[in-house]
Design a protein around this ligand. Sequence first.
Ligand code: 6PG
Length: 479
Amino acid sequence: TQANIGVVGLAVMGSNLARNLASREGNTVAIYNRSPQKTRDLVDEHPEAGFVASESIEDFAASLSKPRTALIMVKAGAGTDAVIDQLVAVFEPGDIIVDGGNALFTDTIRREKAIRETGINFVGAGISGGEEGALLGPSIMPGGSAESWETLGPILRSIAAVAEGEPCVTHVGTDGAGHFVKMIHNGIEYADMQLIAEAYDLIRRGTGKSPAEIAEVFAAWNKGELESYLIEITAEVLRQVDAKTGRPLVDVIVDEAGAKGTGAWTVQTALDLGIPVSGIAEAVFARSLSSKPAQRKAASDLPGPSESWQVTDADAFIEDVRLALYASKIIAYSQGFDEIVAGAEEYDWDIKKGAIAKIWRGGCIIRAQFLNRITEAYDADPRLVALVTAPYFRDAVTKAQAAWRRVVTAAAQAGIPSPAFSSSLAYYDGLRADRLPAALVQGQRDFFGAHTYKRIDGPGAFHTLWSGDRSEIEAVDTH
Ligand code: 6PG
């Protein structure tokens, strides 16, 4: 039998995607893995899938109908290039190679360009949803050519999560657009997780509630506007009791957060694009700070606030934290979408922001009710310059801002780190400010480097003769 789709790389994401593909009407799935034992195991464990298994890349290629379509699911990096080289050697013009790993989008741009010369289509596709999403329905963010999307679209639609009747997959844009958008998804994921973690910390330290009690708070929040997968799993994690010690599991886990790099990429790229993704950046840095035991130990006896802190009205405080979390979350998404807009412009991608919010409603880690509001905002105004200014979000931050300020103030006074809450509020206040002290920065720059400044009362660039008579001269454009 010939397969219409193949999967290379049968670790947990690859094997789950292969099983997902095989479970859908009309698909026959070829599989290949570098070590053949994994291939044999998968065939043995899942006879129902009817896999067409190969132990050489040549046999794998021969088992695919044309145009051959192969989904690579290996750890991003050099391994991806190695598998691509193998496939390019046995594939023909018109065939399609899909990289479903978390590749850096600039690698995807490079690979697409090189492979295009062979006539083979290369598609970088972001796939979100972890192990369970891969098996039951992920959110998929494919880039690549429109031509490859014609073949790939129906296959990916068949395995994607479904949200409100629509499959969570869309052709994001050409070459690296899919991996770019997946990178932003992960940056937002980092911010969302950090904000939830700060909310938990504030509630725990402010009210003295136990993790199990706070789990109930999150479970209740999950019924309202914060409804999301991450809030849901937070309640589950907080409820978990360690079998060995009988303590809450969260108290037994070492408090050093790991990171595989996609959050850092989001921030590095934002710096290059000049987009302030401060909430996402703080989330990445909060993980870095947590993972510096030597510095934390050295600083552990530095003084904190002299007075102890206990909130007087626990329910009112929890409601404040909920509002602060919602407002900060809006800022994180607003910043993430700003980066998508800037990336699309820089790399010439036609990315539909409303469509991205739609495919994030199901399957992926940041899936949430709230994404419908983002789609609505961009549908109502495709040229919206800042998500937070759209009517629904404007209304939400208006309702939340007093609580947001109380929470950030309380955190600062109590000495509880809340980098994502406080930086999101600072961003909000910066964005809405009538005048910013950036004027002073321009003055400083002009003072030491003659970098010039613009005046509020007319065009042109000016320089003050700081070390002369301090008169102002108009700078001549030498370019
Ligand atoms: C997803 C996730 C996934 C990511 C892990 C781990 O969308 O399914 O974003 O792609 O790799 O969540 O990421 P970190 O190790 O960087 O936290």
